[in-house]
Design a protein around this ligand. Structure first.
Ligand SMILES: [Cu+2]
Length: 358
C-alpha cells in the first residue's frame, strides 16, 4: 500500500511518460524499485518453450567455452563459467550465514545472467526453478521436468556407496553420487575445472556429479517452510530463516535445494563448488525471487532494511557488527565493489530484472 503512494507521488512529480530512468533529487535511490524501465523478466524453467530452454543451455555451454577472465582469483579457472564458480569458492567462508547472504547471491546470479546475455548472445533472462511445484506434484525426483535429459539439465549420477565419516550432515537416503549420466552436462560435453579440493590454483578437469537425496528435497522444499520465510518481520530474521542451520534440525529451502539434488557427493551439495552445477543459478534464482516476494510485502521499508552479521553465525555481534546499506560486497575481479544499497532493488541503479509472477 505504502509503495502505491510512493509510486503515485513519483508519477505526479515527473508526469506519466517515464521513458527513461530519472534520478530523484533529494530521494535516495535505494528506496526506489522502478529506476530501470526495461527490466528483463525471469521465468520459471517449465514455462519456457523448448526453443528457449535450448537457447539457455547453449548459452551455458558457450560461457563454458569462453576463456576465463579472473585467473588472478583462481588460477585453475579455464572458462568464464569457472570464473563464477571460483569467486564463490574463494568467498564461501564469508558469504553464508551472514547479513549479506541474499545480496551476494543476488549479485552473483545477475552477473552470470549478464555474461550469458552479453558474451553468449542469450536473449532471455535467467530462469528460476520453483521446486515447490515438483515436490507438490508427488512425482519421483527422476521424473521432475528440470532433470529431463532433452529439455532439462539431466538427472542423477549412478549410486556410489559412502562411509559414514563422509556424511557429516547425516543425509540418509541417497540415490546417486557419480557423474551425471544423461542430458547436456555429461562428462563428454562438460567438465568442471575447479575443485573438488580447495586448491583453486590448479586445473582439475572432472565431471559434474549429482547425488539425489529425495527425502531431503521432499521435507525441506515445502510451502510451509517457504511461508515461514515470507512471514519474517525484518530482513535479519528473513535471511536467517532462509538459510536455516547447517543441519536438518530446522528445515530450510536453501539447503533443501543444494542437498536434495547434491546429497553427499553431488557438486551442488559442495558448499564451495556448488556453482559448478549449472542448476545452481536456477535454485538461487528462486531464492532471489523469494527475497523479492518478501520485500514486496512492505516494499518501501524493505528496500532499505538490512541487518545480520558481517561474520558468519555472529548473530550476537560478538566478533563484528551487522551489515548496513553501506556495506560493500567485493567480487573483484569480476565486478568492482558494490554496496548493499545498490542491490536492494532488482530494478534499481545496478540491477534491472523482475520475476514473472510479481
Ligand atoms: Cu553460496
Amino acid at each position: 500500500m505504502m509503495m502505491n503512494f510512493v509510486k503515485l507521488a513519483v508519477l505526479a512529480m515527473v508526469g506519466t511518460t517515464l521513458a527513461s530512468p530519472i534520478a530523484m533529487p533529494g530521494k535516495s535511490l535505494e528506496t526506489r524499485d522502478d529506476y530501470c524501465k526495461d527490466a528483463i523478466v525471469r521465468k520459471e524453467w517449465r514455462t519456457l518453450t523448448n526453443k528457449q530452454k535450448k537457447n539457455y543451455i547453449e548459452a551455458v555451454h558457450c560461457l563454458h567455452k569462453k576463456p576465463a577472465k579472473a585467473k588472478s582469483l583462481a588460477a585453475g579457472a579455464v572458462s568464464r563459467f569457472d570464473d563464477f564458480q571460483g569467486i564463490h569458492s574463494k568467498q564461501t567462508p564469508s558469504i553464508h550465514w551472514v547479513g549479506h547472504f541474499a545480496h551476494w547471491h543476488r549479485l552473483m546470479v545477475a552477473e552470470y545472467e549478464e555474461a550469458l546475455r552479453d558474451e553468449c548472445n542469450y536473449e532471455g533472462a535467467q530462469p528460476y526453478w520453483d521446486w515447490l511445484l515438483d515436490v507438490e506434484s508427488g512425482k519421483n525426483m527422476t521424473e521432475w521436468e528440470i532433470f529431463d535429459p532433452v529439455t532439462g539439465f539431466g538427472g542423477d549420477g549412478p549410486f556410489i556407496e559412502i562411509k559414514p565419516e563422509q556424511n557429516p550432515l547425516g543425509i540418509e537416503y541417497r540415490t546417486g553420487g557419480g557423474c551425471v549420466k544423461d542430458g547436456p552436462f555429461t562428462e563428454d560435453k562438460f567438465k568442471l575445472n575447479l575443485g573438488p579440493t580447495s586448491d583453486y590454483s590448479i586445473t582439475n578437469p572432472h565431471c559434474l556429479t549429482r547425488d539425489f537425496a529425495p527425502d531431503i528435497a521432499r521435507t525441506n522444499l515445502i510451502r510451509k517452510v517457504w511461508d515461514e520465510v515470507l512471514a519474517q518481520p525484518d530482513y535479519g530474521s528473513f535471511a536467517r530463516r532462509l538459510e536455516g542451520l547447517p543441519s536438518w534440525d530446522m528445515k530450510n529451502v536453501h539447503g533443501g535445494g543444494h542437498f536434495g539434488v547434491g546429497g553427499v557427493l553431488g557438486t551442488i551439495g559442495d558448499a564451495f563448488n556448488s556453482p559448478g552445477d549449472p542448476l545452481f543459478y536456477l535454485h538461487h534464482g528462486n531464492l532471489d525471487r523469494l527475497y523479492y516476494l518478501w520485500q514486496k510485502k512492505d516494499l518501501a521499508n524493505r528496500l532499505r532494511d538490512v541487518s545480520g552479521p558481517i561474520q558468519p553465525f555472529d548473530y550476537l555481534n560478538e566478533k563484528a557488527g551487522n551489515v548496513t546499506l553501506e556495506f560493500e560486497i567485493n567480487m573483484a575481479p569480476l565486478t568492482g565493489n558494490i554496496k548493499l544499497k545498490d542491490l536492494m532493488s532488482t530494478r534499481g541503479t545496478k540491477l534491472c530484472y523482475k520475476y514473472d509472477d510479481n
